[in-house]
Design a protein around this ligand. Structure first.
Ligand code: PNS
Length: 169
């Protein structure tokens, strides 16, 4: 196990698809900020999915939402997460655990990432209970069917979703 010297900045990566970012994500980022010197929100540029928002839009929305968090940066990445982490000198992955149902997939990812790079550790943070049922998939579904997302996604994101729906009509 490699020990970090106190002078080495503790850089954490919070990876995800963020299509779109919701308040559960923001809550996890805000919990991570005081623990690490820097939190890099890493947005996966996933060509195999059909996202509602493009990679540039997702990055832009996150930057807007996180503008008041000086320890937080937003970057996109493609390929293996551990390769991106190596490039930026990060050793810690932050993931949110909303419920026991998240555990199995998260556990598999944590072990695979550690297998790919033994220096990488995953830490799990739990969001506020009021966000424990929230997911990007559900927010998109509810919004596209006309449901109210007030208080569940940042206002800037809600605005973009409204614009996107107008264009889709
Ligand atoms: O928001 P999501 O979709 O749950 O995030 C999943 C993500 C982006 C963390 C995961 O798919 C990922 O890290 N993809 C990058 C490719 C990779 O490294 N795969 C092996 C992970 S074990």
């Amino acid at each position: 196990m490699t020990k970090l010297s106190p002078s080495v900045p503790r850089i954490a990566v919070y990876p995800g698809s963020f299509d779109p970012v919701h308040n559960g994500h923001v809550d996890i980022i805000e919990r991570g900020c005081p623990i690490f010197d820097e939190v890099i929100v890493a947005v996966l540029n996933n060509t195999s999915k059909d996202p509602l928002f493009s990679i540039d839009e997702r990055v832009e929305m996150l930057r807007e939402v996180l503008a008041g968090h000086p320890r937080c940066r937003v970057q996109s990445f493609s390929g293996l997460l551990v390769d991106f982490m190596r490039e930026i000198g990060a050793r810690t992955i932050v993931r949110g655990l909303r419920a026991v149902s998240d555990f199995e997939a998260e556990f598999q990812m944590a072990l695979m990432n550690r297998r790919l790079d033994p220096r990488v550790e995953t830490v799990f943070l739990t969001p506020k209970e009021e966000y424990s049922y929230l997911s990007s998939r559900l927010t998109k579904e509810v919004f596209l069917l006309g449901g109210d997302l007030e208080g569940l996604v940042p206002e800037a994101v809600l605005e973009r979703m409204r614009e996107r729906v107008k264009r889709l009509k």
